[in-house]
Design a protein around this ligand. Structure first.
Ligand SMILES: CC(C)(COP(=O)(O)OP(=O)(O)OC[C@H]1O[C@@H](n2cnc3c(N)ncnc32)[C@H](O)[C@@H]1OP(=O)(O)O)[C@@H](O)C(=O)NCCC(=O)NCCS
Length: 171
């Protein structure tokens, strides 16, 4: 699938992201971790989770083949990225991740974005998707058809790690 046509959830549009969206994706990513993460992790882990995130992280990921989908909608009277999902292939394994701003959570945005990432994976021949789910995402991924296949630690950019649940969905 190449350019996806924007679809709207109320006043919210979803579309494939481009490198020029990187700063807006970063802002949504930081908001999501900072607003939702502390319900599930210590402040030390939340600090380590955001450390090292810069706009270049997404630009480099896009250049490496990771595809991002964003939800754009109103935030404090301006248009902003409210959340994003991505699909990537590492060592022949299809992976995805989803982040939504705290103020925009539980509105179906994460589900919509995950659906776009799954659609992209399927269109590229994936038969399943694996996720290192943060504890803040487990119930969401379960609600979207993922099953636990193990537990462990996710490595962060600081070299620290955080507990996570390994999950998989057959497509
Ligand atoms: C996980 C996340 C992306 C979910 O996004 P969202 O837009 O709020 O999800 P949706 O509104 O589509 O939720 C769909 C369903 O998932 C489940 N769900 C989502 N968040 C949940 C939560 N915090 N607790 C329990 N169930 C939850 C519910 O069944 C929900 O349906 P409902 O609202 O009708 O009950 C968001 O909470 C987030 O960004 N978390 C922090 C970052 C993170 O950990 N991301 C995962 C990285 S691997």
């Amino acid at each position: 699938m190449e350019e996806s046509s924007p679809t709207a959830i109320g006043a919210i549009e979803t579309r494939k992201a481009h490198p020029y969206d990187a700063e807006a994706i970063l802002a949504a990513h930081l908001d999501s971790i900072r607003s939702i993460g502390p319900r599930f992790y210590s402040s030390e882990i939340v600090d380590a989770w955001v450390a090292g995130l810069t706009a270049n992280v997404y630009v480099n990921a896009m250049e490496g083949g990771e595809v991002f989908f964003i939800a754009v909608g109103p935030l404090n009277g301006e248009s902003a990225v409210l959340g994003f999902a991505s699909h990537r292939v590492d060592d022949d394994q299809d992976g995805a991740s989803v982040y939504v701003r705290g103020m925009a959570s539980r509105c179906g945005i994460g589900t919509k974005l995950l659906g776009l990432a799954e659609e992209h994976a399927r269109a590229n021949g994936a038969k399943s998707i694996k996720i290192q789910a943060s504890l803040a995402g487990v119930a969401f991924y379960q609600a979207n058809g993922f099953e636990e296949i193990g537990r462990g630690e996710a490595l962060l950019m600081t070299g620290q790690s955080m507990p996570c649940i390994f999950m998989r969905k057959l497509l």
